[in-house]
Write a protein that binds this ligand. Structure first.
Ligand code: COA
Length: 253
C-alpha cells in the first residue's frame, strides 16, 4: 500500500493492489477529500501505474462521509494551475487514458471532480445520501475532465444545462435515473458491493476486459480534445477577478 497520510494537512491518495484490484482512497476526510496538488499527483500516479502493475480493475472511493469536495479552493487561489502540465490536468489525462475498468464507490457529496470523475467510470455504486454537483460556473470557471462533452452525452443537453449552468445538485436517485450511477446501495454495504463488482471483473479473462474497455472508449480522441479545450479555458478563467472573488466567497460563508 502506498503511504496514507490522512493527518497531513494536504491529504493523500493511497492505493493498494490485491487480487488484481487497485483500490484507491482519496484521503483527506477533515476537508471532505478536497483535492490538493499532492493528491492530484498521487491520484495521477495511481491511475497511470495501475495496468502495468498487473491489475485488472481500479476502484476509487473517499475516506469518510464525503466522496470528494472537488479541487481544494484555497489551492485555486494560492497555487492556480497555469497550464496542462499542472498535476490536475496530468491526472485527468491519466484517468481518461486508463486501460482498466474504473469503478467508484460514492457516499455523501461528490462536487466538481467528485462528479466529473464518475463520468469516466464503468460502474458507479452510491449510497442513498450521495449528492452530485458541478458548480464550475458559480465559481467563475468552466467544466473539466471532459465533462463538457461527457455530461450532455450522458444525460442530454437539457439536463446537463441544469447541472452546469444552473448549478443544480442531483440526488443519488436522479443520478441513477440519469445513468450516472449504476446502483444505489445501502451505506453499510457500499464498500463490499463495490469490491464484489471489482472481484467479478478481476476474475474475468484479462485481455477481453481490456479490449472491451478500449472499445467502450473508442472515441477517446474526442474526450482528450475536450480535456485540452477545457484546460485552456479553465486556466485562463482562474486568473480572472470574477473567479477569484467567487472562489474566495466559499471561505466567507
Ligand atoms: N476546498 C477547500 N476546503 C474545503 C473544500 C474545498 N473544495 N470543501 C470543503 N472544504 C473544507 C471547509 O472549508 C471546511 O474546513 P474548516 O473545517 O477548516 O472550516 C471543511 O472542509 C469541512 O467543510 P464544510 O463545508 O464545513 O462541510 P459540509 O459537510 O457542511 O459541506 C460540502 C460539504 C462538500 C458540500 C461543502 O464543503 C462544499 O460545498 N465544498 C466546496 C465544493 C466546491 O465548490 N468545490 C469545488 C468544485 S470545482
Amino acid at each position: 500500500m502506498s503511504q496514507p497520510s490522512a493527518t497531513h494537512p494536504d491529504g493523500a491518495v493511497s492505493f493498494q493492489d490485491r487480487d488484481g484490484i487497485r483500490t484507491i482512497v482519496l484521503d483527506r476526510p477533515e476537508k471532505k477529500n478536497a483535492m490538493t496538488e499532492v493528491m492530484w499527483i498521487g491520484l495521477g500516479t495511481a491511475f497511470a501505474t495501475a495496468a502495468s502493475a498487473g491489475n485488472r480493475v481500479v476502484l476509487v472511493t473517499g475516506r469518510g462521509a464525503t466522496f470528494c469536495a472537488g479541487n481544494d479552493l484555497r489551492d485555486f487561489l494560492e497555487h492556480p494551475p497555469k497550464d496542462e502540465n499542472a498535476p490536475v490536468f496530468r491526472c485527468l489525462l491519466a484517468m481518461a487514458t486508463l486501460e482498466l475498468p474504473l469503478i467508484a464507490a460514492v457516499r455523501g457529496p461528490a462536487v466538481g471532480i467528485g462528479t466529473t470523475l464518475l463520468l469516466h467510470c464503468d460502474l458507479v455504486y452510491a449510497a442513498p445520501g450521495a449528492k452530485l454537483k458541478v458548480p464550475f460556473v458559480d465559481l467563475g470557471l468552466v467544466p473539466e475532465a471532459g465533462s463538457s462533452l461527457l455530461l450532455p452525452r450522458r444525460i442530454g443537453r437539457a439536463r446537463a444545462g441544469a447541472m452546469l449552468l444552473l448549478g443544480e445538485t442531483i440526488s443519488a436517485e436522479q443520478a441513477h435515473a440519469d445513468g450516472i450511477i449504476t446502483r444505489i446501495v445501502p451505506d453499510e454495504n457500499l464498500d463490499t458491493e463495490a469490491q464484489a463488482a471489482a472481484a467479478i471483473i478481476a476474475a474475468k479473462p484479462r485481455q477481453a476486459v481490456l479490449e472491451t474497455k478500449r472499445l467502450l472508449n473508442h472515441d477517446r480522441a474526442d474526450l482528450l480534445a475536450a480535456i485540452h479545450r477545457e484546460a485552456a479555458s479553465f486556466c485562463r478563467l482562474l486568473e480572472t477577478e470574477e473567479a477569484r472573488t467567487a472562489i474566495a466567497g466559499f471561505f466567507r460563508r
